[in-house]
Design a protein around this ligand. Structure first.
Ligand SMILES: [Zn+2]
Length: 134
């Protein structure tokens, strides 16, 4: 019992700290560079603290972990088998919060582009998606 609580708390702490400079983020940034985009990183004053901001295009990019944001139809978006009482609402909240964030950008006249962690691994798909910004 004690162990499962501490494990739960540990996961909560881990998820609260949004990791920066993860491999998928770096991949997306270098792809943007190659495509000639100019961008900024991390504008803390924008809703949801986007990973990449392209002010010229009024586009923000979120590089989403397939698990944390439950990428639909993705094999990485598994629901944990243990601690369901903890995980199910938590993952649901992530999704709901992101809906809110998207709505805020829509109202601001900005576009939101989501790059999934698994997409960052497929160069062709990534380039295709990033080219949509222009
Ligand atoms: Zn995925």
């Amino acid at each position: 019992m004690t162990d499962s609580i501490s494990k739960e708390r540990r996961s909560a702490n881990m998820s609260r700290i949004k990791s920066r400079d993860t491999k998928p983020e770096k991949t997306v940034r270098s792809a943007l560079h190659r495509l000639g985009f100019r961008f900024r990183l991390y504008r803390p004053n924008l809703p949801g603290k986007p990973d990449i901001v392209l002010p010229k295009y009024k586009v923000v990019i979120f590089v989403h972990g397939c698990f944390w944001h439950q990428h639909a139809g993705c094999k990485r978006a598994t629901q944990p088998k243990s601690n369901r009482k903890y995980w199910t609402p938590k993952l649901k909240r992530n999704i709901e919060r992101f809906y809110e964030i998207k709505r805020e950008y829509r109202q601001m006249g900005w576009k939101v582009l989501v790059i999934w962690e698994c997409e960052a691994k497929k160069a062709a798909k990534l380039i295709m998606k990033l080219n949509l910004i222009k």
